[in-house]
Design a protein around this ligand. Sequence first.
Ligand SMILES: *Cc1c(COP(=O)(O)O)cnc(C)c1O
Length: 414
Amino acid sequence: MGNYATYMKQFPNDEGFFGAYGGSFIPPQLEEPFKEITEAYLRISRSHDFISELRRIRKHYQGRPTPTYHAKRISDLVGTGCQIYLKREDLNHTGAHKLNHCMGEALLAKFMGKKKLIAETGAGQHGVALATAAAYFGLECEIHMGEVDIAKEAPNVTRMKLLGCKVVPVTHGLKTLKEAVDSAFEAYLEDPVNSIYCIGSVVGPHPFPVMVRDFQFAVGAEARDQIVEMTGDLPDTVMACVGGGSNAMGMFAPFIDDPVELIGVEPGGRSGEIGDHAATMSYGSEGIIHGFKCYLLQNQAGEPAPVYSIASGLDYPGVGPEHSYLHDIERVKYTTADDAACLESFYLLCRAEGIIPALESAHAVAGAIREAKERDRGTILVNLSGRGDKDLDFVTENYGFGDEYLQDWPSLLG
Ligand SMILES: *Cc1c(COP(=O)(O)O)cnc(C)c1O
């Protein structure tokens, strides 16, 4: 094990700040309930019962540890000698890393005596993961979702309903994620005694950024042990895609005190114009969104700017406060992959490895391939945050089966 304990003990501070970022900027009515969550989390996260229960769930229910896999065919196709390894979160139960923090949040709710989990969802991935956790623990679950997203993401709505979750349609404003957040917060404020608000990434007011990071820590910790066992050494570079930043934070945290380069990949979208991407670190500046301080894509008035990515799980105008801090101290480097690069790696993983990745995860792989092309040796470990079942129809209807995107890989063309 590494000596990451040094870093983890220092950040965040008691008020939830990572340097200038994070904290808790919330209406007065929310202060007491969030304080209660913070205190419960601090107490419980050190308790033997909580930790051993979470370990048991990960092993017997989620199927952890997920494997780390040497993507040998892709490495050979790149052909520079640099080797790419994938941490297979697509093999975690429900097909992505999100269940890791949802099981943690639901277990916390159970320990706190809460009866109901409340959250919003955009594309429905967080909603499905949380509904799964609620079913496992026998808790009620209420997911707020914009009407526009409900129409777009029908399979996830069906999943949530099958899992016993109440999906609340949000019908005001643009009827998408932002309105769903407001609606979920209102529902939570009506009964903070019996319910708990469950945030879907390393974002939101303290303690969620640190709590979600801790629940995702297992991803990087497992991968660190696995790659050392497979190669005899630490990787040179660890990479992950960054939306809010939970899969990346879980992957990076165990390597923070190691001599390992860390690179986050943000969605470059269609262009660098505002509204065409969600590359917060490249184009954003300090601001406040959803109760915390971070890098933010914003207009002159400090309102969140419109964002876009081919991967709906990445189109968030803010980013986790810890990422904002790690960016400023230059411990993590942030780069982008655009829609075209994402599609190229999506099809490449399908044909060369037999893995259909989530479009979000394909951004991280695109970044890794670009890095690998510039090196003549070494290893790059990439978090493959989820599987692509949810993206199949969208990708094939809009972009076909890949020949057009694989022109640089002639041996893969039929
Ligand atoms: C939601 C999601 C993401 C983005 O969320 P982060 O908090 O940035 O990790 C990435 N990959 C998959 C598969 C997702 O479902």
